[in-house]
Ligand binder design. Sequence first.
Ligand code: S3P
Length: 167
Amino acid sequence: MKIFLIGYMGCGKSTKAKQLAHRLDCPVIDLDAEIVNKSGKTIAEFFEAYGESGFRTYESEMLKTFDYPSTSVVATGGGLPCFFDNMEWMNLNGQTVYLQMEPAALVSRLHNRQKRPLIKDLDDEQLLEFIKVKLKERDPFYTKAKLIVDAFDLDAEKLEEAISRNS
Ligand code: S3P
């Protein structure tokens, strides 16, 4: 089974994906890292060179063409479920889990904003407003996930249990 972790920047997708893969003894795939590997550009450089729409096309192709091991945990970029038919594709091809978190908690976890082009110039107050607006747009996509978990204080054991109950 492929498990796709989705959710807003800062909700802990990459960390939880690693911990979960460790518990399940299977490979972890971080799609942002795969984009960097394949394109030879950081995410910031990619946005600079091709704009957000170029990035969205590339990340969607990466999602759909990656050669996933039959059992794997996949950390997705925060915007990926909200473009093209990516959410439907993930629901058809695996178990989707939305790591949900309140905007204020996300702000306090997003320290390293420089590498994230959409929020790189925002202070805490601006970021809080930005996230509130973005979550309104994105929640209709994120909430199509087969499983929604509260990501605040979530540990990998609880996450594994929730997924196995839901599978
Ligand atoms: C984005 C999230 C980032 C990365 C890009 C755009 C977004 O991934 O894909 O900066 O639109 O929310 P993370 O959620 O892993 O930070």
